[in-house]
Each structure stands twice: as structure tokens, then as C-alpha cells.
Design a protein around this ligand. Sequence first.
Ligand code: PMP
Length: 420
Amino acid sequence: LLDTFTASNPASRECFDTHARFLPGANSRSVLFYAPFPLTMARGEGAVLWDVDGHRYDDFIAEYTAGVYGHSAPEIRQAVMEAMEGGINLTGHNLREGRLAQLICERFPQVERVRFTNSGTEANLMAITAALRFTGRKRIVVFSGGYHGGVLGFGAQPSPTTVPFDFLVLPYNDAQSLGAAFAREGSEIAAVLVEPMLGASGCIPALPGFLQALRTETEKAGALLIVDEVMTSRLAPHGLAALHGIRPDLTTLGKYIGGGMPFGAFGGRQDIMALFDPRSGPLAHSGTFNNNVVTMAAGHAGLTRLFTPEAAGALAARGTALRERLNARCAQAGVALQFTGVGSVMNAHFADGEILRPEDLEAVDARLRRLFFFHLLARGIYASPRGFIVLSLPLDDEAIARMEDAVEDFLAVHARLLPP
Ligand code: PMP
């Protein structure tokens, strides 16, 4: 497979070698790298990508969930063009930011006030900052395997967590450890920052009781609950916390909500967000591009015209159905391959048994993951090297059928390599 890959992608290889002279790793996003060299994409349309060697791929990564609209939605393009015609970089309050903020507050009821950033990373940094100031405490509880941005990663391959916060890292989905930590030092904890489904660590959903325990413990201790919905807000009409019946104090958002443009947001309780009100609050929050008209316009068009709450529910249902069919097929084949996730976002794992936290995946053979990735690529399916699979609005039933055929084919061709 690797020989075929190398032989059939000379232009991607050339791009990689050339760009590596200027960018360490030839790119600015570590997640996009895989050996021997990653594909360079030339163009996209709908849910289809073409690489620089001219191969066509069904896009099952969808910009790591930000690409819910696909590559060419006319509604998004039109909104962006209109915004540009009105002038770029207006250096002032503008009409579009208020409209998008209103939409977000109406869509996610726990968000009473919201502020925009350029990335999910920044949104989480600001939410943490707010929690520290609001509570006057120092410690932030996070979870092993959690990913909250480039400087806020707690997985096996930690990102440089150089930001000077006092983190306490606990095991995910473990209400007991949580209870013990709060019993021990609850009065020092400013906030808990949690993904309602671990995304980067393999689409591991939170147990309902776990999120409930987080809500109860934080409330009891006077700490804030920050739910990172950067990836998960798309998984249910009003976000994943709402689906669990949980009302966080602060929520962070990102990805598709900016219509595919650079975006992040943090928001929540009015009394906490008032920290950032320049008329009365102590905290400044600036950012040259925070209210840029292009993102504001694209985000508004996407949420009103394409990814309505009904559309979010429907896409989640399609994803759930696909995941269930894939799991049924693997069970039938009697192999240790399963797909975890929620709604339109899932991850393939070569493991049997229940997966509750990333530690349950430590024994998984990374070579199988790699084999699966190159197998899918060879069949024109662009899923992520870690087995991450994402649906987008323009991805049609034929593409989903091609994905299922490719998995079927994998089970047939590599059956003898798979653990029972
Ligand atoms: N939080 C979560 C849960 C994420 O999945 C990501 C991005 N994958 C981020 C935060 C960071 O967002 P960004 O890449 O926009 O900085």
C-alpha cells in the first residue's frame, strides 16, 4: 500500500519536499502530517476533494468538523462576497457581529452573552481566564486525553501546555476520582473544563452520569463548569450539553459556527461574561479579527440557511445510523473493530470492549490504524489517520455507501490481521 501511495503521488511528495524548506514539517498544522508525506489538496467542491496529483476523494474529515457546509456552499460564498463588497477590516463595531451573537444565544440557551475569537484555542483560554477572575481561585480541572487547543492538550502526545495555569488532570468518565478531587481540594478549584465527547482522543462520549456529576460537584464547590463544545455543538440541535440536560456556566464554541472561516467563541452566564463589559468589568479581551465581517457573515448564513437546528438533528441521525451499521458489520465479522462517537462524528478503533477513556486504547496496534487509513485512501476515501470520520451536509448517500463498501472490503482483505 505504501509503495503504491508513494508511486501515485509524485506531486504531493514534491510539494512536501519544497514546502519543508520554509515550514518545519511543510505545514502549520501538526494534525495533518502522516508519513511518508501527506497529500496536498488542490481543490474542493461539495464533499469532494482533489489532490495535486488529480485524485478524487470523498471528504470524510470535513476540516475536523469545521467543514459542515462542504467546500462550495453557494449560501456561504454569497454571504462572504456580500460582506467583502461592504468593505474588509472596518475597524469598528459592525452590524454582522450583533446578528451572529443573537443567533448563537438563541441557539444555545446556556449562552446568555457571547464574545468572539479567532479560534477554539483562544476561546478556551478566555473562558479559563474568566473563571480564574470570577472565582478568585487558581486550579483548573481537565481530563486525561482532553484537547482544548494547540496549547491546551492533555493527550498521550501533549501539546506544549506552557500557558501558566494550574491544571489538575483527572481520568475521563470517572465520577469517583472527580468526587475524591473535589472532596480534597474543591475550595481551590476555579473551574472544570471538559469536552462532552473526547474528540481528538478518539470520539469517546461522556457518560451521562459523568457530566451530571461534574455539574453537581462544581455547583457544590462554587467552581464553574466550562463545557468545550468547539467540536460537539454540531452533534445535536442545541449542542451536546443540552442533549445531556446540562447547563454549563461557560461554553466554548468554534469550527463550523464561523461558516468555515477562522472562528471561536466563548459565552455563558451573564454575570460572568460581564467581566468583559468595558463599561464595568475588569477584563479586557481584544483581537484584531474577532469581529471580522467575513466570518460574521459566513457564520450567520450557515446557521440560518443551512445548518438549522433541524438540519443538525438530521445530520446527527445520519451519522448515528452509519455508525450503527458499521458496528453491526464488524460484530458480524467477529473482529475487534468498532466505531465510537456521537451523531455525525465518529472514530474507528481496533479494540473490543467498552471504551470509556483513552487509556482503554493503549494496547491498540497502531499499525492497524495506519493500514486502515491507507486502505481507505487507496479507495478514494479521505478519513483521518487516527480513524476520525466526519459527515458534512453535502456528503451524499453514494459517498456513505462507498465508505461502507471500503470498510467491508477492509474486513475481507485483512481479516487475518485483525484481532478477534
Ligand atoms: N477544543 C476542541 C474540543 C477541539 O476539537 C479543538 C480543535 N480541534 C479546539 C478546542 C481548538 O480549536 P482551534 O483549532 O480552532 O483552535
